[in-house]
Design a protein around this ligand. Structure first.
Ligand code: CAA
Ligand code: NAD
Length: 306
């Protein structure tokens, strides 16, 4: 059964089992592309419901991929990919035999730090840890892990929808050893992604640049210069973006966008990004989140999907 990927890529040397934590929007996509590349993937979340939700997202998406990469053999392809996945709610089982451990849980620094410190105790000493954080620093996420793990701890930042977006940013933290970084990079490429290198800086490459663009989009609307619908139309039809900024906020998830926004405020206070990125603050996303509207995932955000 064929594998997707730019060179029909398959498993990187010495890596057979991948653990993915968080079976949400991103974790399910990451688990899927790893399973498609031939890895055995332990997919972990906090409850059976969350894990099964991730498996459902994957089943729907693999069926779409199969039509393209395995015409005439769709059922066999889907069966092979799903057969590579091992859903679990037991963290020690998920990491016990994994050579790569990727966290893609909610964008909350304390939850991520505590999870990684706990997983460190159950993981193989030489397995590589990676975070899919949008806007936290890798060195913060790894903070509660021992030095030996920090030497094997990087960032692997994917884009939504993971099965479609071709990029992965591979982040080198200051504590990461060269050999571990090179393996993580090779692993990213083995998923059929184009990998780019970036230092451990706020928002890495894509989100750092998107932050300025997103901020200006909200300011145009808050100044009353244009409606959010017209901003989207303008950026899609006048600048060639596949989705305008407000559709993209809904697609990413307004809860996640809100947490990312909080990170920018912290970075500005630390002097790591200019104050002008967060001052004056925009209330559009926080207000929708307060009302329980998280975008597509809840059926309503800037737009109504019901
Ligand atoms: N799984 C598998 N395939 C999928 C898919 C999924 N979840 N979603 C879309 N596709 C495939 C479809 O099968 C379709 O394939 P064909 O053209 O071969 O039929 C193709 O992708 C296009 O899909 P659609 O026709 O449904 O819709 P579209 O043309 O509008 O494309 C899109 C959808 C790819 C999401 C496109 O709108 C897009 O690129 N949007 C921008 C996405 C983006 O910017 N992502 C980055 C967000 S920032 C981020 O992720 C970082 C962060 O930290 C927040
Ligand atoms: P999501 O809300 O869809 O999924 C998060 C999942 O993490 C949930 O299923 C939740 O149950 C699970 N979880 C929470 N605590 C956990 C724990 N201790 N152990 C295991 N699972 C746990 O969120 P998402 O959009 O998939 O985002 C996940 C991460 O990816 C975040 O750090 C986010 O910033 C980043 N990210 C998101 C996007 C995007 O477009 N949404 C893009 C790139 C990166």
């Amino acid at each position: 059964v064929p594998r997707p990927g730019k060179r029909g890529s398959g498993p990187a040397a010495g890596i057979n089992v991948v653990a993915v934590f968080g079976a949400g929007l991103m974790g399910s996509g990451i688990a899927q592309v790893a399973a498609q590349a031939g890895y055995t993937v332990n997919l972990a979340d906090v409850s059976d419901k969350a894990v099964q939700n991730g498996m459902k997202i994957i089943a729907r998406s693999v069926a779409r991929v199969a039509k393209k990469v395995a015409p005439g053999q769709e059922d066999e392809y889907v069966k092979t990919v799903l057969g590579n996945l091992r859903p679990t709610t037991d963290p020690s089982v998920a990491v016990g035999n994994a050579e790569i451990v990727i966290e893609s849980i909610v964008e909350n620094i304390e939850l991520k730090q505590n999870l990684m410190a706990a997983l460190d105790k159950h993981a193989k000493p030489d397995s590589i840890f990676a975070t899919n954080t949008s806007a936290l620093l890798v060195k913060e996420v790894s903070e509660k892990c021992p030095a030996a793990r920090k030497a094997r701890f990087g960032g692997l930042h994917f884009f939504n929808p993971v099965p479609v977006m071709r990029l992965v940013e591979v982040i080198r933290s200051d504590t990461m050893e060269d050999a571990a970084y090179d393996r993580l990079f090779e692993f990213g490429e083995s998923l059929g992604k184009v990998a780019v290198k970036c230092k451990d800086t706020p928002g890495f490459i894509v989100n750092r640049i998107l932050a300025a663009y997103n901020r200006e989009a909200t300011m145009v609307v808050e100044r009353g210069d244009a409606s959010f619908e017209d901003v989207d139309k303008a950026m899609e039809l006048g600048a060639g973006y596949p989705m305008g900024p407000f559709k993209l906020f809904d697609y990413v998830g307004l809860d996640t966008c809100n947490l990312i926004g909080m990170s920018w405020a912290i970075r500005a206070a630390q002097g790591l990004v200019p104050e002008s990125m967060v001052d004056p603050p925009s209330n559009m996303i926080p207000e929708l989140v307060e009302e329980g509207h998280f975008g597509r995932k809840t059926g309503r955000g800037f737009y109504d999907y019901s």
